[in-house]
Design a protein around this ligand. Structure first.
Ligand code: ADP
Ligand code: MG
Ligand code: ZN
Length: 614
């Protein structure tokens, strides 16, 4: 009970929040009571506070193991701004700087130290750890410890050894956003958690708007989208470095302030570009998945996937970087069939490195299965949010407000098309993949078709009048309806499924839901208005003036604008119009540290502001 009060006080004083979010309070209480915790909460749910608040309540120091330098830098930067003594130790610092941090740490100067996993077993760090009072060991992005997870990092395996060698075992908290039940178990096992308190909060992120498009021309679709989101910060993810280069160049040509990030750039440029993005000079970031695990930028308003990612875990984690501040944000996936080929190629390449062939093929199989689930997400006409939540084991009703829920569908009788497709599969002895079946029905004149003498088939060219994409759509629909089955493996072929018979021979009718083409312009605006309802700005002129001040303060302090105050906090401020330092503390997002640092300046703007005459 006392613990909870203390935690609440810390939350208010350092972070300026009045309430814990779902799950936070329990996790913190358990850690403070000395129990290990395994916490699975979606991106943006607020996992950091779950170890930062206990760190400020417990004696001694909290070690935070974190996989990425950018992640540490961001979090430590934000903590220091909030008045919390914290530091990090990793390879971005010189050995001298790292030694300095350790020296300060020995004197008990920090409440939190972020450390890269590879550092744990260096002699200097191990030596420090032997004498330090380590109350809590927090493992962020804990799924990295499991080779069944999507981001396995061998260096994470050393954490348990490190903990076991300490003179006194600290409480251990493990945190991740994406873990299926098997990965969860593996985390607990690998970290040797003792009777951990498991906190799995809902995965739903209500402020995210999910949408999938399969445009003829992705570049045009992207440009249109970005143009509709001018002035907003966003991330565009591409699968390959080459795509990143192209897309970034395209945006820049159109005068959009974009920058790029991928593993092919040298460390210095990566850092520069990331900062340009964080600090707002380049509000649009085009990147491979190398970018992001550490991106704490809270005001990212959209995440566009220019290519389909390899699995739902990756997608939800990447898309989840939008809207961490809780405001509405848009997650758009631009899909095309060729994305599947690229993803398969990458899966094979990745698993080639595994020396054990049995393990390699088990991994390929698991990866292909996940890829398949991802592809289905792109093709479903059902609720996108529900699809994702069910994947993570959460039951959910259709949300009513994702791209698919808002899409108008018409029912189309496709029985005859279905019969043609199924006959074609049967006549060619169920040995071709979807692309070939599509070619045959379409009457394509390819070398392969000529060579195999397929032009004489009775089904050749039966659907010549239909665009290829529509034939593909029907094939997918027939898979969903169990009339077709796709074999697994490297070269999947289409076979008749249990539902084929009824359509071919028993007169069953099949109706398919098809998207109505949205009328130009109108669909989106309506959607966006609804998504943003509740974010009305009460005094827009004051809001704008405070935004300008925020930009100014960000420059003066050399931090990103959202380190000062989030958009939400500015909205609360312009609604509350506080006139005293005291009253500032009642505004969510303003703690003592920020009140002291920035309060006076904001009060000045408020005093000078004239409400417009009605
Ligand atoms: P995660 O690590 O779970 O992805 P973060 O810890 O980065 O999420 O938190 C995401 C955002 O939510 C941050 O901007 C943080 O300040 C904010 N936040 C966390 N807890 C609260 C809270 N109790 N009230 C309001 N905002 C919060
Ligand atoms: Mg986090
Ligand atoms: Zn929905």
């Amino acid at each position: 009970m006392e613990d909870r009060q203390e935690a609440g006080r810390v939350l208010k004083q350092y972070f300026g929040y009045d309430h814990f979010r779902p799950g936070q309070g329990e996790v913190i209480a358990q850690l403070l009571a000395g129990r290990d915790v395994l916490s699975v909460m979606p991106t943006g749910a607020g996992k950091s506070l779950c170890f930062q608040v206990p760190a400020l309540c417990l004696p001694g120091v909290t070690l935070v193991v974190s996989p990425l330098i950018s992640l540490m830098k961001d979090q430590v930067g934000a903590l220091v701004q909030a008045g919390v003594p914290a530091a990090y130790i990793n390879s971005s610092l010189s050995e001298r700087q790292n030694a300095q941090v350790l020296q300060n740490a020995r004197q008990g100067r920090y409440r939190l130290i972020y450390v890269a996993p590879e550092r744990l077993d260096t002699p200097a760090f191990a030596d420090f750890a032997q004498t330090a009072e380590i109350s809590l060991l927090a493992v962020d992005e804990a799924h990295c410890i499991s080779q069944w997870g999507q981001d396995f990092r061998p260096s994470y395996r050393g954490i348990a050894t490190f903990a076991a060698a300490l003179p006194r075992r600290p409480v251990i908290g493990a945190f991740t956003a994406t873990a299926t039940p098997e990965v969860r178990q593996d985390i607990a096992l690998q970290l040797a958690l003792q009777d951990p308190f498991a906190m799995v909060t809902g995965f739903d992120r209500q402020n995210l708007f999910f949408e999938v498009q399969a445009p003829q021309n992705k570049k045009e679709a992207l440009l249109r989208f970005v143009a509709e989101h001018k002035q907003e910060s966003g991330i565009v993810y591409c699968t390959t470095r080459a795509n990143v280069e192209q897309v970034c160049a395209l945006l820049c040509q159109q005068g959009i302030p974009a920058t790029r990030y991928h593993a092919g750039l040298d460390a210095e440029e990566r850092q520069q570009n990331q900062e340009a993005f964080s600090y707002g000079q380049a509000p649009v970031m085009v990147a491979t998945n190398a970018f992001g695990m550490g991106i704490d930028k809270a005001d990212v308003r959209y995440v566009v996937h220019f290519n389909m990612p390899k699995d739902i875990e990756s997608y939800y984690q990447e898309a989840g970087r939008a809207g961490r501040d809780g405001d509405a944000a848009h997650c758009l996936l631009l899909y095309s069939g060729s994305d599947i080929m690229t993803a398969k190629f990458l899966i094979e390449k990745k698993n080639e490195e595994e020396p054990d062939p049995a393990l390699a093929s088990a991994r390929v199989e698991a990866d292909l299965k996940r890829l398949n689930v991802m592809a289905r997400y792109c093709q479903t006409t059902g609720c996108l949010r529900q699809y994702i939540l069910r994947y993570f084991g959460e039951d959910a009703a259709p949300c009513g407000c994702c791209g698919n829920c808002r899409q108008q569908f018409t029912e189309l009788d496709v029985t005859e098309d279905a019969q043609k497709i199924l006959s074609c599969v049967a006549r060619t002895n169920q040995r071709f993949g979807a692309a070939m079946i599509c070619d045959i029905l379409h009457g394509a004149n390819t070398e392969r078709i000529q060579r195999m003498g397929l032009t004489s088939l009775s089904t050749y060219g039966l659907l010549a009048a239909m665009p290829r994409a529509d034939v593909m759509e029907r094939i997918r629909f027939l898979e969903d309806a169990d009339a077709l089955r796709r074999t697994e493996g490297e070269y999947p072929v289409l076979q008749l499924g249990p539902g084929a018979r009824a359509v071919l021979f028993e007169g069953a009718r099949l109706c398919m839901k098809v998207k109505e083409k949205p009328k130009a312009g109108t669909g989106r605006t309506r959607r966006e208005k609804t998504a943003r309802a509740g974010e009305e700005v009460t005094n827009p002129t004051l809001f704008e003036e405070m935004k300008a001040l925020r930009t100014q303060l960000a420059k003066e302090n050399q931090v990103p604008a959202y380190f000062i105050f989030s958009d939400r906090t500015l909205r609360e401020l312009s609604a509350a119009v506080p006139h005293t330092m005291e009253a500032l503390l009642d505004v969510p997002g303003i703690g003592q540290s920020k009140q002291q640092k920035f309060g006076q300046r904001f009060l000045e703007v408020i005093e000078a502001w004239q409400p417009p005459k009605a």
